[in-house]
Ligand binder design. Sequence first.
Ligand SMILES: C[S@@+](CC[C@H](N)C(=O)[O-])C[C@H]1O[C@@H](n2cnc3c(N)ncnc32)[C@H](O)[C@@H]1O
Length: 463
Amino acid sequence: MQHSFLEDPMKQLNRDAYAGFIRRHKKPKELRNASVLCMSGPEMSEVLALWDGLKVKRKNITSVEKGDDEYIELEERVAQEPEGQRIKTEKADILDFLRTTDKQFDFIFLDYCGMFDSDVRQAAYTISRRQLLKENGIVAINIREGREDLVKQSEYVLATEWFDSGITVSFDDIGTESYDIGALEEKLAREVIQEYEKHKKTAEENKDKLKEFRRTSLARTIIYGMFCGKIQTQMPELYPPELIEWTVKSVRKMYAKVNELTEGLLFKREPMFARAYAKNDVDTLMQHSWFMIQSQIAIINHFQKLGSNSNVFHYLEAKARRPYFLQDMECFRYTSQPGNSSMFGAIGLFDQRRDFFDENNIGFYFGKENGTLMIYNGDTRKAQREIKRAEERFYKKAQDRSRRRRGRNNGIVSREILDREIEGIKSRDLRRQGEYIRQYMQFYEAQLKHMETFIPNVRELRL
Ligand SMILES: C[S@@+](CC[C@H](N)C(=O)[O-])C[C@H]1O[C@@H](n2cnc3c(N)ncnc32)[C@H](O)[C@@H]1O
């Protein structure tokens, strides 16, 4: 067998640091009922040395293991426990498990033995896309670092590029009619070349840059992956199949053009997407940030033409996409003892801010009229109830008033006055909704800003 994770004091320091983070955010009662997905290792070490101490029920823990021998060992270890004290085990690659499970977890801990690579990125996206983390859940990922070859280094670059100022297309830039695909292609081509130059420097001369990538890539990957939420095909009410089809075509065209403008650099730098382009693998193409940008531009233009408020669109889009927002994060670096490998770990707490999306507060929703996608303001049940109560209150008051002025109307209130007042109540309600959406947009923009500039503090763990 390989080295024992149970006997590595450095690994224990890392687990203790994670336990500290968890205790800061979760009450003992929440822990007792929490569900955990982890890669416990064949000795079940993570369960014994972390989750047991936090008093998480074993029956709520699922451990995934891909190694043949390791899985046999894990099963034997689990079988030694009394029946009520057994964790659940799954023989699978963790990414395959994430792609197929239909369970949600409070904690998702991915303790890889290998280096940062596209599987790690895919894991973060998959958790978010498939909504596998519960509200206020915690994700932790560990990887090995040091001695990365050029391919691994380019993974770092890819993971951080979204955070570099200039690479994101801001919605304010887009405008209604000013959106010019040729200009966007040129901008993207320039960025691809700049990124390539940066990468070349990283590999050849700029060792400090590599240090920075090591410090930021994993944390940023987790934050951005979690922020992505569902993809377009999971939101047919907003992105109908025709729009997806159009976006695939337009992203493919853009891909070919930018590749041409960069003299083949794009395909070289992004082999996964180059393959997807060649095979017209839509699922993979859709993971590209250009896809998200293109489809959003199309849909925002559509709503702007109909005169909709773009804040309302963003609010409804986020409601459908369900991103996870970072609340807190810590990063750790340590050197595992027996293996003497450099390890890096990041742990983050995520919240979907579902309080912002409470059905009772906002009555706007997407709908279709004669095949055209529209935004409606249908009053929510709560708003309806409020209006009804206010209506009754107003009617009673008006009746009393009328009775006091004896002789006039005899307590009968004119329908016209009543309607006018009700309109007033309804528009007050609209104002309240508008204020609420503005608050959400402020929160969302602050999150974006924070994400774009995020550089984690990294604690070095020492004995
Ligand atoms: C670093 S060890 C786990 C140590 C453990 N979490 C602890 O705290 O002691 C990683 C375990 O996950 C398994 N593993 C590595 N990569 C995996 C993957 N992609 N899918 C499933 N299991 C994997 C390894 O065989 C190993 O048993």
